[in-house]
Design a protein around this ligand. Structure first.
Ligand code: ZN
Length: 141
């Protein structure tokens, strides 16, 4: 059963579980970045949005976003649900608004922010290129 085929209830149950553990896309990003020799902190809750990966000296942050929960536009994984829209749409909209607010706050405080989408973690070579480009840019610190 893929995520898209689940009922709203099943998704909700799954969500309550995956929130608490390290999701696979996030692990993929960590592995790729670690293999390139970078070291980072994870889940720093003192910063807006509790960044998934944090590079303190370089003042850089990577968020790994699930395509469904964060409404990845133009992505098949990010498609909106078809039922119980009154439940899902406000919830998803809040997620997107929260993401924007967090990114804005972080950028204002001098952090560079990269969003990696779940669907981008399937191709590890492409993921590595994207991460390398971001991490090689001069930091703002
Ligand atoms: Zn996506």
């Amino acid at each position: 059963v893929t995520f898209k085929d689940m009922t709203a209830g099943e998704r909700s149950l799954l969500m309550s579980r995956i929130r608490k553990i390290d999701t696979k896309p996030e692990l993929a990003v960590r592995r790729v970045v670690f293999a390139m020799g970078y070291r980072y902190r994870i889940h720093d809750s003192t910063l807006a949005g509790t960044p998934d990966l944090l590079f303190r000296k370089a003042r850089k942050i990577i968020f790994v976003h699930g395509c469904f929960w964060h409404c990845h536009r133009g992505c098949s994984l990010g498609k909106q649900p078809k039922s119980r829209l009154d439940y899902w749409l406000p919830k998803l909209r809040r997620n997107v608004e929260r993401d924007r607010r967090n990114e804005r706050l972080l950028r204002k405080s001098g952090w560079k922010v990269l969003i990696v989408w779940e669907c981008e973690t399937k191709d590890l070579a492409a993921l590595a290129r994207k991460a390398r480009r971001f991490l090689r840019e001069p930091g703002s610190g």
